[in-house]
Each structure stands twice: as structure tokens, then as C-alpha cells.
Design a protein around this ligand. Structure first.
Ligand code: CP3
Length: 385
């Protein structure tokens, strides 16, 4: 694995648990696979301990730390997938913007985009391997250290969500500054979205190359590891857009990313990987999302499972959508809620998850109760059907 002191994608251990990939690809599964958004996070005491010593983005730049944090939840819970520890805001950094994590406030851009002219300050052509190679190294290392236990998911923020951070400079209740761009500068907004789309395509393909390609540098293209990973695109700020703005400023990039990533993987003789689109609060666009070129549609908790199934059809895998706050409930209640969710979605073509990320004050034991309940109730449902 170590070659000339660097981490290279050599032959990866064989995958032992394919349940998540099978469900994502629409195949039958013995039970419903489960993972949690933000499963590597501050709700784990060991995460807080590892993270305490270092700045957040310095942690993101350390492949060893990212690997360790990615694996932590898997030592505790029988999760069916791992998601690489990183952040969506590494992409604006690659475009030349400064982003700092301010404790108690969250990610902050000291110099957000204010005027259309500020777009010229961004890198117009990003060498993704040079700027984000540390993420690829983290993926390669984690693929080895996972020992084939479960598949590894890579991810990126979607263009509108990243654009909104770059203009707002951080979190916002209204996204008024970013939305003002859409109304006042539609042409410049499209230029920025296109720039982001181009970088995201290279970034996602690079993640698959890092994680999914077998063989060493010399063997590139000759040998493909049988163990695939998956990719999730986070459109976390979809809910700030109405149906028309979503159709104009978010959906075209979402579609284009799926199409271009798939074409590029094929061209580069890399394995196809299932792709997940999670557009939070975009219920108005559910039918469009199901047709946007992704194998899996992730759902937040504001959508009822039966409605989601009816509106998306049989040819798509759904993922979600328990309210993260449901994990504050007593463990027996969590079991009941999971049972109801499974009955709503059905145990097949379904990946259980939360409707958004875990919160820092959620009790780890309750996360375990959620994971166990999915496995127990889905096996039972399968037996009865
Ligand atoms: O376990 C995983 O899900 C993988 C790691 C992951 C992180 N961020 C680690 C992280 C993933 C997939 C993300 C994606 C991300 N980052 C999103 C999309 C998902 C979503 O939540 O909608 C967004 C919007 C961000 C931007 C961001 N990064 C926010 C809003 C915050 C929270 C700030 C805070 O203080 O809570 C972060 C920081 C962050 N990213 C943390 C983690 C574990 C917590 C900060 C820390 O460890 O100090």
C-alpha cells in the first residue's frame, strides 16, 4: 500500500457486506441496510477527543485523521456503509476562497463573494488532483483500513448549496444575499454554477479513481477492484428555493453532474458507482429528482414514506428519512418509529437513514438502537412478505 512514502490504491480487500450496494442498485437484500448522515461527528466522545487537538480543516487535510474519524462509528455500530470524513466546503477552498471553522458559529468565509466582479478572483481552472488530492489519499487509506467491512461513500456539495455558502459567507436563515444573486444576476449565477459543476465532476470522478481503482500507478486502467463505492451529492439548501428557482438554478447542475460523472467513469474504464442525490426540503421536486440520473434519492423527514414511493415510482431506491430529533426519544419509541418507517417504505429498494445529519447532543446508545431496529424489523418484514 505504501509506495515511495505515499499511499497508493493497491488491491483492496474483498467486500464482505454488499447490502448497501445491492439496495442502491435495486437488487434484493436480506435486510434493509442503514447508515447515518454525520455518523462521524461530535455526538461520539472519541470523535471529540480526536478533533479537539486540531483545527477542523487541518483535520480534513490529514488522511490519517480522516481515516480514523471515518472508522470510529463502525467500531461501535453495525452500520452498512461508511462515509468519508471531509466537508463540502473543501470545494470553495479549491476555488481559492478562504474558509475557517469558527467554534460555536460554524464555517465562515472571511471574504464572501459580494459583487459579480468577485467571480474573477476565483480559480477559473482548478487542478482537482493538486488541490483536493488529500481527500483522494484519505479515501485510498480508508479503503485499506476498512478491510472490506462495508462500502465507502464519497460526496460533494451540489452547486447551489456551495454557491449559497460562497455568497452568504456562512450559514443563513433566509439565504437572502445568495437568492438576490439569482434574481439580480441570473447570468453570473449560471456562470458560477457552471464553474462549480465542472470542479465537482472532476472531484467526484477523482474520488472513485482513488477508492475504486485496483492496481498501482503502473497498472492504472488494467485492473478494477471489485469493491465499488458510492457517491452522494448534498443539495442541503434546496429548501430555500421554490419550484421555479430549483428548476432553473439547481436541477440542471444536479442532472449534469450525474450524467458527466457516469460518462467520465466509463471513458476512464472505472467502475460505475451508484449515486445518491439528497436535496433537503425539495419535496416539490421529488418527481424530477427521481428522473435526474441518480440510483438513489435521499429524503428529509418532511416527506411521508408512502407518498415518496408513490411519487417516485418503482425503479428508484429511496434513502432516509427519520427525523434526527426522533433519536431523543426513549429506545423503545425509536424502535416503534423505525418499524413504522420501514412499513411505509417497504424493506426492499430502500436504504434506512436519518432525514438529515446527527446532532452533536444525540446519545450514541440511541444511534445504536436506531441501527439495530432497522436490521431487526426489516428481517422480520422480509420473512412475513
Ligand atoms: O459523517 C459524515 O457525514 C461525513 C462527514 C461530513 C461532514 N460534513 C463533517 C463535519 C459531511 C458529509 C459533511 C457535509 C456538509 N458540511 C454539509 C452537507 C450535509 C448537511 O449537513 O446538510 C454541509 C452543509 C456542511 C457545512 C458544515 N460543516 C456545517 C454546516 C458544519 C456544522 C458546524 C457546526 O459547528 O456544527 C460543518 C462542520 C462539520 N462537518 C462537522 C463535521 C463532523 C462538525 C464540526 C467539528 O467537528 O468541529
Amino acid at each position: 500500500m505504501e509506495k515511495n512514502g505515499s499511499i497508493v490504491p493497491a488491491e483492496f480487500p474483498e467486500l464482505k457486506n454488499e447490502t448497501f450496494l445491492r439496495a442502491a442498485q435495486g437488487e434484493q437484500t436480506e435486510y434493509t441496510p442503514v447508515w447515518c448522515m454525520r455518523q462521524a461527528g461530535r455526538y461520539l466522545p472519541e470523535f471529540r477527543e480526536t478533533r479537539a487537538a486540531q483545527d477542523f480543516f487541518a483535520t480534513c487535510r490529514s488522511p490519517e485523521m480522516c481515516c480514523e474519524l471515518t472508522l470510529q462509528p463502525l467500531w461501535r455500530f453495525p452500520l452498512d456503509a461508511a462515509i468519508i470524513f471531509s466537508d463540502i466546503l473543501v470545494v470553495p477552498q479549491a476555488l481559492g476562497m478562504e474558509v475557517v471553522m469558527v467554534p460555536g458559529k460554524g464555517p465562515t468565509f472571511p471574504e464572501p463573494l459580494k459583487e459579480v466582479e468577485d467571480l474573477l478572483k476565483l480559480q477559473q481552472k482548478v487542478d482537482v488532483a493538486a488541490e483536493l488530492g488529500y481527500v483522494f489519499q484519505a479515501i485510498t487509506l480508508t479503503r485499506h483500513k476498512l478491510e472490506g467491512k462495508v462500502p465507502l461513500i464519497g460526496f460533494s456539495g451540489a452547486p447551489w448549496t456551495l454557491m449559497s455558502y460562497m455568497i452568504e459567507g456562512g450559514g443563513s436563515n433566509t439565504m437572502a444575499k445568495a437568492k438576490a444573486w439569482l434574481y439580480r444576476h441570473p447570468e453570473a449565477s449560471h456562470r458560477l454554477l457552471t464553474l462549480l459543476t465542472d470542479v465537482i465532476v472532476d472531484y467526484l470522478v477523482g474520488q472513485v479513481a482513488a477508492g475504486a481503482q485496483g492496481g498501482t500507478e503502473e497498472g492504472r486502467g488494467l485492473k478494477v477492484a471489485p469493491m465499488l463505492q458510492a457517491l452522494q451529492l448534498f443539495e442541503s439548501h434546496a429548501g430555500h428555493l421554490g419550484p421555479e428557482q430549483f428548476a432553473e438554478f439547481a436541477l440542471p447542475s444536479i442532472r449534469s453532474i450525474a450524467k458527466r460523472v457516469k460518462n467520465k467513469l466509463l471513458e476512464d474504464a472505472l467502475p460505475a458507482v451508484p449515486m445518491i442525490i439528497f436535496a433537503k426540503d425539495a419535496h416539490y421536486a421529488l418527481e424530477d429528482l427521481a428522473q435526474s440520473g441518480y440510483e438513489v434519492v435521499g429524503l428529509d423527514w418532511t416527506i411521508c414514506p408512502q407518498d415518496a414511493r408513490q411519487r417516485t415510482g418503482k425503479d428508484i431506491t429511496l434513502q432516509g428519512n427519520l427525523d434526527p430529533c426522533a433519536l431523543y426519544a426513549p429506545k423503545e419509541k425509536i424502535g416503534e418509529l423505525v418499524k413504522k418507517m420501514l412499513e411505509g417504505f417497504g424493506s426492499q429498494r430502500y436504504i434506512a437513514n436519518l432525514g438529515h445529519g446527527l446532532y452533536p447532543d444525540i446519545c450514541p446508545e440511541h444511534v445504536g438502537a436506531f441501527v439495530d431496529a432497522v436490521h431487526i424489523h426489516s428481517r422480520h418484514l422480509n420473512k412475513c412478505s
